[in-house]
Design a protein around this ligand. Sequence first.
Ligand code: SAH
Ligand code: SF4
Ligand code: F3S
Length: 503
Amino acid sequence: MRIILFILGGKRVPFVNTMRTILHKGSFRVKSARLRKRHLTESGFAVNIPTVFHQKGNQLAKGVYIATFGCQMNKYDSEKMMEILAPDYLPVSEPEEADLILVNSCSVREKAEQKLYTAIGRYMPLKKQRPGLIIGAAGCVAQQIKEKVFERFPQLDICIGTDAIQSIRSMVEEVEKKRIRVQDTAFRSGGYHIDETEAPFPALVEGFIPTTFVAIQKGCDHFCSYCIVPFTRGREKSRPVEEITAECRRMVESGVREITLLGQNVNSYGNDLPGVDFADLLHAVNEIDGLLRIRFVTSHAASLNERQMSAMAGLPKVCEYLHLPIQSGSDRILHLMNRGYTSSEYMGKLSRLREYLPNVSLSGDMIVGFPQETEEDFQRTLEVMREIRYETLFAFAYSPRPLTKASKLIDDVPREVKLERLGRLLELQKEITREANRAYTGKTVEVLVDGPARRDNEMQGRTRSNKIVNFPGSPDMVGRLIEVRIVAAYQNSLKGRLLSEED
Ligand code: SAH
Ligand code: SF4
Ligand code: F3S
């Protein structure tokens, strides 16, 4: 069914909320509350209006606004909270329109933690304008500081930890009924579990794009010495294969064509389950009809093994792309970081991987200015970067985090030195990325089309190697694999032309 909608008036027209429900649940692309006509008329996904109207009767849903910081796991959790809260609460694009505001926080670096406090500080005054407004802290900082967040913000209503996502609805109901503060920061013993009956619709929070995440494990057991994640996400727990494949199928039914399997250390998936490992999971997901591509993050060089490499090479849907952070090039620093490998062990794994997948595209993370890092250690980092040639690299200045082993070491690399090293590293990476991108020119690549690009009459998609490609195209291509010839390469994207349009 195709609908044409003309919405008159501003974003505060109450009808917009109801329409958003319909579009949201009908898998239409809704970029924001400012509904865009072309997405409604051209995406071609069926929407069952009567069903959705029945669900809410004539009552308008309340609005929820979730500010999400941090990694993909947090984005995934935000989407799950949206799913669980629907249809009573539906997403709004401005905090001023919300009846419930949640800040899903990240604690990985000091700066990230601050963002929670700044955000809550900004939203608190809205309580005066909108009586009944509920505000909650979620995510890794909430998990880390627990009830202390209420000391900082006495008017805050909810503190929900990373393992309590499925309680969000009952927590909100409790606040609504009793007007008391609620907190749930317990770690559960079970795996990641979202009750399907509570979450009947795939959340398409950012608007419909045919690619999404599915969590395969919670937590992390690695305890890299700098990292707070094992404390904010708890011990590693794998979701059962059937639960993961069921969620993947549900996503594919709603139009998703590419799934990124999510975990802090996906390679150790299944260590806590009998008779199943990550390679088995890849095989199971590869079987799903209608799914076109599979990716996964994050991989850890210490637990990447031959079975996984062979699965990557043998399974047609698994993309030739790996996020495999090394973190430092210096063995002394890697040891202090408790990464569990030396740089030559990392390089050994990589050359084995390249035997299986000669064209594998890599991305990674790097930390500069770890305690005791000398200029010589840093030079080793630059050297391994030249050897590995990540197509994309995320680099960070070391930030001491509470609870971690490294926080007991003296943070002896001055801030200016950290920033100066970071600058040099990014310069080198720019060069490597530019060269890697240039190598695409003239090549024909397969692009999965995500949606309209910023420029009119252009579409945007990604290659199997995870590069963004913009090319002249039409919205009916969304969710399809299209062959594109690369005609120009930029720092962050490629420009393509449809093969069919070449003479
Ligand atoms: N599980 C993933 C991601 C962890 S957090 C992994 O192991 O790769 C994402 C990145 O943040 C890490 O890879 C690391 O590079 C960086 N990071 C983590 N803790 C940090 C800290 N204390 N200071 C600076 N960067 C940090
Ligand atoms: Fe943190 Fe290391 Fe676990 Fe990654 S593997 S989440 S860096 S402890
Ligand atoms: Fe941040 Fe938590 Fe992710 S600390 S990086 S949001 S796991």
